[in-house]
Design a protein around this ligand. Structure first.
Ligand code: GLU
Length: 415
């Protein structure tokens, strides 16, 4: 019962499972297992108190057979190369599942993001861009926000890169502020996509959304917008959480009101004196649908059997281990995998990039409608494969994604 399996080991196991269904040969598997390029930089940054600290930054470019590398950059003290490689690989599959013309990449900087001042964060970001400028670009590798990076961080990346190149290179990064070429709808996109996948999965299980009790681990950008949309659909949001713990109300919470409280106090805990629940207990709480939307490695061989939800929709990247996947599949729990469930974000990133190329801005309604179309189509393609082979939704999504990547590879040729 290994709950401390590394994200890269998880990613490899998932790939191998899909590869055996697709009957891939070992050479092809070798190509897909390894990232095409790993960039490591050590970034000296002058801190506000005048001292200099050196932070390590990574950009991993996993695969570009289907288009430029695409994926976020995270700032976190626990970022490590193993994790960034796994996340880059998941981006390759994510872009392929939802059928957008990008490959997969990911970046990360090991830093105490929460405790950096805005000025320190800006200097760190600009220096990172200076050091990797030749490796990114609108047709090469397009970063985006991830954990502890946001539209402001993307604005600095855009500005620094544009200064180096001598022209405004809007397409170098997505998730920008709307005033700087960002797309309407990008902020909500990932969470709304999670809600859309939840709605479709509920249909399959004949769960009436108006009666569905939903527990959400997390209350960051993805969790919040998923909660907001599901609340609109009429669902009962019975639990949400953050790093300090969670709150649980069987009568349902109003996510907008909880967010107002969190913005004031920094946590959801303490909201209207509602019962506190730990992050671990939230996962096994009495609910119909569970949305892990915080961090990796949450549903493992240790707790999978105790899960009461009939459907799990992964807002976070990599929250479920392969061991847990097997237990859940045997129990008849549907897991809508991260590479499908949270692909609304990168889908709208793609739309942002298209708008930047067109030098034209679409209305929010159009952006979100196009995102929904892509997601619903991908959802049923994956569902169909899962039925056809009698496999879980993750493996089905992987089969679809890996096949698309290999088709591109074979058409291009590797010789
Ligand atoms: N970081 C997000 C993800 O994991 C978005 C990536 C993007 O928009 O490129 O999907």
């Amino acid at each position: 019962m290994s709950s401390n399996i590394s994200p890269y080991e998880v990613a490899i196991k998932q790939l191998e499972k899909a590869a055996s269904i697709l009957k891939l040969d070992q050479q092809t598997i070798e190509i897909l297992k390894r990232p095409q390029k790993i960039i490591i930089v050590n970034i000296p940054v002058k801190m506000d108190d005048g001292t200099i600290k050196v932070f390590t930054g990574y950009r991993v470019q996993h695969n570009n057979f289907r288009g430029p590398y695409k994926g976020g950059i995270r700032y976190h003290p626990e970022v490590n190369l193993d994790e960034v490689i796994a996340l880059a690989m998941w981006m390759t599959w994510k872009c392929a599942v939802v059928d957008i013309p990008f490959g997969g990449g990911k970046g990360g900087i090991v830093c105490p993001a929460k405790y950096l001042s805005q000025a320190e964060k800006e200097r760190l970001t600009r220096k990172f861009v200076d050091m990797i400028a030749e490796e990114i670009g609108p047709e090469i590798d397009i970063p985006a926000p991830d954990v502890y990076t946001d539209a402001q961080t993307m604005a600095w990346i855009f500005d620094e890169y544009s200064r180096i190149k001598g022209y405004p290179a809007y397409g170098v990064v997505t998730g920008k502020p709307i005033e700087l070429g960002g797309s309407k709808g990008r902020t909500q996109a990932t969470g709304y996509g999670v809600a859309i996948c939840t709605r479709e999965a509920a249909k399959i299980y004949n769960i009436d959304l108006k009666e569905a009790r939903i527990a959400i681990q997390g209350f960051g950008n993805v969790a919040y917008y998923a909660a907001e949309k599901l609340y609109q659909f009429g669902c009962k949001i019975i639990a949400v959480s953050d790093s300090q713990g969670g709150i649980y109300d069987p009568d349902g919470l109003d996510p907008i009101d909880v967010m107002k409280y969190k913005q004031k106090t920094g946590t959801v805990v303490g909201y209207k004196n509602i019962k506190k629940i730990s992050n671990e207990a939230l996962l096994i709480s009495d609910c119909d649908i569970l949305i892990p939307a915080a961090i990796e490695n949450q549903i493992t061989g240790i707790n999978a059997d105790k899960i009461k939800a009939k459907i799990i929709v992964e807002g976070a990247n990599g929250p479920t281990t392969p061991e847990a996947d097997e237990i859940l599949f045997k129990k008849g729990v549907m897991v809508v995998p991260d590479i499908l469930a949270n692909s609304g974000g990168v889908t709208v990133s793609y739309f942002e990039w298209v708008q930047n190329m067109q030098k034209y801005q679409w209305e929010e309604e159009e952006v979100l409608r196009k995102m929904e179309e892509k997601l619903v189509k991908a959802f049923y393609e994956v569902f169909k494969i899962s039925k056809q082979y009698g496999i879980d939704m993750r493996t089905a999504a992987m089969v679809l994604a890996v096949k698309r990547v290999i088709d591109a590879m074979n058409l291009r040729g590797i010789g």
